[in-house]
Design a protein around this ligand. Sequence first.
Ligand code: PEP
Length: 247
Amino acid sequence: MTAPKALVAGNWKMNGLLASREEIKKLNFLVAQGGAGCDVLICPPATLISTLMGKGIDIGAQDCHMALSGAHTGDISAAMLKDLGCHYVIVGHSERRADHGETNDMVKAKASSAQGQGLTAIICVGETDGEREKGATLDVVTSQVTGSIPAEATAENTVIAYEPVWAIGTGKVPTTDDVAEVHGVIRSLLTDRFGPAGATVRIQYGGSVKASNAAELMSVPNVNGALVGGASLKAEDFYGIIKTYQD
Ligand code: PEP
């Protein structure tokens, strides 16, 4: 089975105002001029989704509620994201697991809701520094992957993002051997879960990816793209990562 087409996704987190439409225009221009060689996605704050739709780059969301509608003040459902034209939603980002107490069961329910609406769920997993120091990385990642993928998920509507929490926004990155080991374990979990189709599920690496380290990280076996925070905010920086799939 051939390797899946990589997905390079930008997670803008709680950054971006209406003026950020200029960055999307620039990114469209850069991709149109230089090509991509991978799928490209930007997940801006929810306030910007509809303003960035239809400008070329695929626009996704950073979270959704597990219910499709109802009395959940401030939340956004997968049905609303689908209504706006989103194809992807990130669920279980470590900042949501930490700041909002999201458990694997909650992440699974969110992914299920998203997939039920025809969206692809980008399910984030990754160990904290303390867990890594205890040598628990593979156990943590295994329980997050198995505990966060819904029963009815398919290989087509699932992406896994491996993001070591200690590497997010810190400038620290794991060694390529460490990334290869974790992604290899995730791949086996996916083939256990989906059979041969598990080989087609994209496994992104995330955590301090930038243009200068992208080529090395993206060449690791079973790394099928990146989930990028800080370096996705500026079109030139983000395109520097995307471009590694052209070279
Ligand atoms: C992220 O939060 O998903 C992320 C990977 O952030 P950064 O690229 O800034 O480390």
